[in-house]
Design a protein around this ligand. Structure first.
Ligand SMILES: [Zn+2]
Length: 409
C-alpha cells in the first residue's frame, strides 16, 4: 500500500495543510488548534501533527491566550502564533518628502522603525537609495541585517499596474512614473519585494492593525497634500484593472472650476487638499504657514482655521456620500495629516454623508485613523502586505524555512 506515489501525495497533502495553517495565522492572527482545525477543515489529529512539526522547526510558538484569560486544560489553553525567532518583515512608505521604515516580527510586533527626509523633487534613484539606507539603518537598530528579513512591502505614490509592476502616475511629474519599482528594489535589496500605492497600504494597515479591524467593506480616505482613497471589498484590497482605483482627489466637483495638473477641471484636491487650505488661510496665518500650524491654530480655537477645515471636510463628505451610494461601505476611516484636526474635519464629513447618502449608508461609521494615517501607517501596511504574501510567495516561504532551519541549528 505504501507505494512511493501514495507516500508522495501524502507528503504533498501534509505540506499543503501546513501552508494552510501558516496562511491562517498570517492572515487571522494567533489561533487555538481546535479553531484552526475548524477553519481549515482539517482533522484535529492532522493539525496536532502539523503544528508539532512547525513548533519543532521554530516557525510557530505557543503563547497564552490573553484574550480568553486562563488556560483551559494545559495545552488547549495555548494559542499558536509565529515564533518571534521566525524572521522579520519590513514595510517602507514613501511620500513626497519623507520615507518611513518599520520592521516587525511575523506577529506584527515592532522590532525597530526609522524615517528620513527626501527632497520633493528627488527622482526615483535617489529615493530608492535613501529607502535602502533607511532600511539597513533600521535593521542595525534592531540588532539584525537583511538576512533576517523574509520580505518587504513598499508603498509609493502612483498607480502600480498589478500585471507588469510598472508605476503609472496619476500626475505627469510623480517620481516613480514608468519604472518597474518591484524589479529595481528587488535588485538593490536581494529579498522578495512587493509594491503598492502608499494610500492603499495605509488601507491595509488600518484593516489589520488600526481603526478597521474586523471590517470587510472599508473606504479609507487620506487627506493631506493630495486626497486619495483605498477600498477593501470582502476584506480584499480593490486595485482596479490597472491599479488606478482610489484617485478621489481628481474627481471633478466643478466642471467650470480651475484647471488641475491632471488635465481635468475643478478637482476635489484643488478645494480640499492641504495647499488649498493653506492658501485660504494666508490672510490670517501668513503666506508661509504650514499644515502643522493650521492644526495647532484650530486646536487652540482659531475660528478661521476651523471654518476652512470644516469646509474642506464638507466638500469631501459630499463626494463620499455619492461614493457611499455606489459602494455602501461598512466604515470610512479618514487619515492623512489634515485628519489630525479631529472632529473639526470628521463631523462635517459625517454630517454630509448623513444628509446626502441614501438610507443604507446614512448612519455608517466615520472614524479617524488609529495609526496616524501618514507614512508611518503606510510602513505598517507594507509589513502587513509582505506578511499576507508569506504563503503565496515561494521565495518568502523558502526564506522562512531556511531561516528557521539556520536559527534552530
Ligand atoms: Zn486633478
Amino acid at each position: 500500500m505504501n507505494s512511493p506515489r501514495t507516500g508522495g501525495s501524502l507528503r504533498d497533502l501534509r505540506q499543503s495543510n501546513a501552508i494552510r495553517v501558516l496562511d491562517l495565522i498570517a492572515n487571522q492572527g494567533p489561533m487555538h488548534r481546535a479553531e484552526m482545525a475548524r477553519r481549515a477543515n482539517i482533522s484535529r489529529t492532522t493539525i496536532t501533527t502539523i503544528t508539532r512539526d512547525l513548533v519543532e522547526r521554530g516557525v510557530l510558538a505557543e503563547q497564552p491566550d490573553r484574550a480568553n484569560g486562563k488556560e483551559i486544560d494545559g495545552r488547549a489553553g495555548e494559542q499558536l502564533a509565529f515564533s518571534p525567532k521566525a524572521g522579520w518583515i519590513a514595510g517602507i512608505s514613501q511620500i513626497l518628502d519623507r520615507i518611513c521604515v518599520r520592521i516587525t516580527d511575523l506577529m506584527g510586533q515592532e522590532v525597530s522603525s526609522t524615517d528620513g527626509p527626501v527632497g520633493a523633487t528627488d527622482g526615483w534613484r535617489v529615493r530608492a537609495e535613501a529607502a535602502v539606507d533607511l532600511l539597513d539603518s533600521a535593521l542595525r537598530k534592531g540588532g539584525g541585517d537583511r538576512g533576517d528579513l523574509l520580505g518587504v512591502g513598499i508603498g509609493l505614490p502612483g498607480q502600480i499596474n498589478p500585471v507588469d509592476g510598472i508605476v503609472h502616475g496619476a500626475l505627469a511629474d510623480q517620481p516613480w512614473n514608468g519604472i518597474n519599482a518591484r524589479a529595481e528594489m528587488n535588485r538593490r535589496l536581494g529579498i522578495p519585494v512587493f509594491i503598492e500605492n502608499n494610500v492603499r497600504l495605509e488601507t491595509i494597515a488600518e484593516a489589520k492593525w488600526g481603526a478597521a479591524q474586523g471590517i470587510q467593506d472599508l473606504m479609507y480616505v487620506n487627506m493631506s497634500s493630495g486626497i486619495a482613497a483605498g477600498f477593501l471589498f470582502g476584506s480584499e484590497l480593490f486595485r482596479g484593472a490597472l491599479g488606478g482605483a482610489g484617485e478621489l482627489g481628481h474627481v471633478s466637483i466643478d466642471v467650470n472650476g480651475p484647471a488641475c495638473r491632471c488635465g481635468n477641471r475643478g478637482c476635489l484636491v484643488l478645494f480640499a487638499g492641504a495647499p488649498a487650505i493653506l492658501r485660504r488661510l494666508e490672510a490670517t496665518l501668513g503666506p508661509s504657514a504650514t499644515m502643522s500650524e493650521v492644526l495647532a491654530a484650530s486646536a487652540s480655537g482659531d475660528r478661521a482655521s476651523q471654518n476652512v477645515l470644516a469646509e474642506a471636510g464638507s466638500m469631501v463628505g459630499r463626494l463620499l456620500a455619492s461614493m457611499c451610494n455606489l459602494l455602501n461601505p461598512q466604515r470610512i476611516v479618514v487619515g492623512g495629516q489634515t485628519s489630525l484636526a479631529g472632529p473639526v474635519i470628521l463631523d462635517p464629513i459625517r454630517d454630509n454623508i448623513t444628509r446626502f447618502a441614501l438610507t443604507p449608508s446614512a448612519s455608517l461609521d466615520v472614524v479617524a485613523s488609529a495609526l496616524g494615517g501618514g507614512p508611518e501607517a503606510g510602513a505598517a501596511g507594507g509589513a502587513a502586505l509582505a506578511l499576507s504574501k508569506l504563503t503565496t510567495s515561494p521565495q518568502m516561504l523558502s526564506r522562512l524555512l531556511d531561516y528557521t532551519r539556520a536559527t534552530a541549528s
